[in-house]
Design a protein. Structure first.
Length: 252
């Protein structure tokens, strides 16, 4: 739900990852390191818009849908497959993270599928016969300080998926949120927590069915677009964030 970290944490992957590289949108990501965030409500969750500067006074928008309670879809890059995540709780301290790729108007290529198996894009390379990544907390995520010094990775951890995982898991299983300091880039997180809390209280007190249960709420797409500065991202992209069979993703 935070598009700002891509600029630094995944900067190497934008240039080299076979499921990311070559997209025009990557240039906007790397050239504008301070995106502006705007969050819009949806029936099933939220649309989180991250705005960066583009050419000729236009804005590059990356629109991330969050569908309650646990689903996000990452905005597309060029003609690469679209991807996203489901976060499914196991217990109070663990969850499964299911990551997926698909393309709205074509089958995935053999090269794309192999790249996913090899740990590119949002996927991890796993220990054979298991769902556990080869790079994990027990081996310090195979951190490579020399690659970090060469500028190949920001953190020394290879792979977009494991760069995210290393930050998330290293916080520990339960985080003291009273000590965190949220900033404008966290506006999607703030709105999501508020919407979750309202839904929990409405279910408890009135039996109200939470958003995200209706299958119609799942028929959304992420989008990456360039818009004139005067245009609202959601007003301009209402069709782009709907699922329309046979229509390709809106992408830059």
């Amino acid at each position: 739900m935070d598009s700002s970290h891509v600029t630094f944490l995944h900067s190497g992957g934008l240039k080299t990852d076979p499921l990311f590289k070559g997209a025009k949108g990557n240039e906007y990501n790397l050239n504008d390191t301070k995106p502006f965030f705007e969050v819009a409500d949806s029936e099933g969750g939220l649309f989180v818009g991250a705005r960066r500067n583009a050419e000729d006074g236009a804005y590059y928008w990356r629109i991330t849908p969050w569908v309650m309670p646990n689903f996000t879809m990452v905005p597309p890059r060029g003609d690469h497959p679209v991807h996203g995540h489901f976060w499914v709780p196991i217990d109070d301290e663990n969850c499964w993270a299911y990551s997926f790729d698909y393309h709205p108007v074509r089958a995935l290529t053999a090269a794309e599928r192999q790249a996913m198996i090899d740990g590119h894009g949002v996927h991890s390379k796993n220990i054979p016969g298991t769902y556990r990544p080869e790079a994990n907390m027990d081996n310090d995520y195979l951190i490579d300080r020399e690659a970090q010094k060469r500028g190949e990775t920001y953190s020394g951890v290879a792979g977009i998926a494991m760069q995210d995982a290393s930050l998330q898991e290293s916080m520990g299983p339960v985080v003291d949120r009273s000590r965190e300091r949220l900033v404008p880039a966290d506006s999607g997180i703030i709105k999501a927590r508020q919407k979750l809390r309202r839904a929990v209280l409405a279910l408890r007190d009135h039996g109200t069915v939470p958003p995200g249960v209706d299958p119609a709420h799942h028929r959304v797409r992420s989008a990456a677009v360039v818009l004139p500065r005067a245009e609202s991202f959601l007003d301009a992209c209402r069709e782009d964030v709907k699922v329309t069979p046979g229509v390709r993703q809106s992408t830059v």
